[in-house]
Ligand binder design. Structure first.
Ligand code: 5GP
Length: 183
């Protein structure tokens, strides 16, 4: 049996990471694709768990070898991408596989695998999104401004998705995503 791949995307600081963590903690049948990135690890992030942290040369080598399902330059500087192997294996074995990637990546996955299910995670409001980004405090003011610029364009893209789920409460949002994955 083949299975639909599910991609979740949404603007910066909408809480995608928290929703994904809730899903993995509560729904062990769901597996998460681990992306590769050229950005540096944040404090506490673990190579091979949060991301595969690669140099630009290593990343470009994977692209050249055709081992990326998709990749994109995110927020104007670093490359992020989905290694193909595990995702295709999951599809072939019918495992529920989740990709948490940016909107450019979501579009590219849909081109490569038209049956993929795209879910947009939306904030309850713009003001709430700004509040979440500021209170997270992991980015400099310049980086926050850059991410909010990207977020405006990302919010405008939600009509391209198969489903929109509002992250008003983490548990509720996560449960809705898993229900959609199993539908
Ligand atoms: P962060 O640096 O905060 O971990 O992630 C920045 C952005 O990169 C987020 O919007 C995230 O969804 C996106 N991202 C993470 N992994 C991938 C990936 O494999 N492919 C693409 N296209 N975007 C990704």
């Amino acid at each position: 049996m083949t299975n639909k791949l599910t991609v979740i995307a949404g603007p910066t600081a909408v809480g995608k990471g928290t929703v994904v963590k809730y899903i993995l903690d509560h729904y062990p049948q769901v597996k998460l694709s681990i992306s590769a990135t050229t950005r540096s690890p944040r404090p506490g992030e673990v190579d091979g768990k949060d991301y595969f942290f690669l140099s630009m040369a290593e990343f470009n080598d994977l692209i050249a070898r055709g081992e990326m399902l998709e990749y994109a330059v995110v927020h104007g500087e670093n490359k992020y991408g989905t290694p193909k192997k595990r995702v295709l294996e999951a599809l072939a074995t019918g495992q529920l596989m989740l990709l948490e990637i940016d909107i450019q990546g979501a579009r590219l996955v849909k081109q490569a695998l038209p049956e993929a299910r795209l879910i947009f995670i939306a904030p309850p409001s713009w003001d709430e999104l700004v509040r979440r980004l500021e209170s997270r405090g992991t980015e400099s003011p310049e980086e926050q401004a850059r991410r909010l610029e990207t977020a405006k364009a990302e919010l405008a893209a939600q009509s391209e998705f198969d489903h929109v789920v509002i992250n008003d409460q983490v548990a509720r949002c996560a449960t809705e995503v898993v229900e959609l994955m199993q539908a």
